[in-house]
Design a protein around this ligand. Sequence first.
Ligand code: BT5
Length: 248
Amino acid sequence: MSSLIWRVEHFDEIDSTNTYLVQQIADDVAEGLVALADYQRVGRGRLDRRWESPSRASLMCSIFLRPRLDPAEVQWCVAAVALSARAALVRIAGVRPDLKWPNDLIVGNNKLAGILAEAVPTMDRLAVVVGLGVNLTYEGPEGVNATCVLAETGLTIAPRALLDLVLEELEARREQLDSPEGVATLRSEYESALTTIGRIVRVEQQDQIHIGRATGVDGAGQLLVEIDGDVRTFGVGDVTHLRLEETQ
Ligand code: BT5
């Protein structure tokens, strides 16, 4: 996709880069628009959760993509951004987080980054805003298992420097989103980075809890979990990696 040009809008302060970008999306807006904020008043996680960070202490950005995917395949956008962030973190700081399905980058058991993808209805192809928060010098809110690049490496990284590498890494993966062959390549990179696979997991969905062994992801990036001999497919949910003693 040689026509893809990243256009970064930088804000000292904003409510949420995702909210802003979703509002900007119209049929004539080309993909590649990126919002970057030093501080978010209402940084958002999934459901009604929050992404918290002091000013410039995490990378807070959102990226607008228009891939040739079905709405049910939005998870591949999450995968593309997560893998790009991971590769960028290796290059800039030498830290290689694992991916935790569906939307976290973790080091050990601690969350380093989170992703929030939102599909926007338009007349044209699928439009997706992918928000990325990466802790740089902030170790996350009280009581949350979280970490940051500074704590892991001793390095203080500027948000913009990391963003530029994420976008560079995303160029090739963005192209993969447009063809079944590309998605297959992305899927194998995703499966090898997903530490969830092979683990005993607890999947929480609203009022239901399921426990089983994660065996892989399907063609839409949904998590496959073997529960009592049956393989169940999960498109959404909060996953906890369990230690063996927690399953007994
Ligand atoms: C996420 O949701 O992890 C998605 C985070 C996406 C944030 C980016 S920042 C730029 C863009 N604009 C936005 O408004 N959002 C995106 P979820 O899996 O639901 O996790 C949310 C939970 O993570 C919270 O309930 C807290 O427990 C925890 N949390 C909040 N801030 C954190 C932080 N800085 N580091 C680690 N964990 C955090």
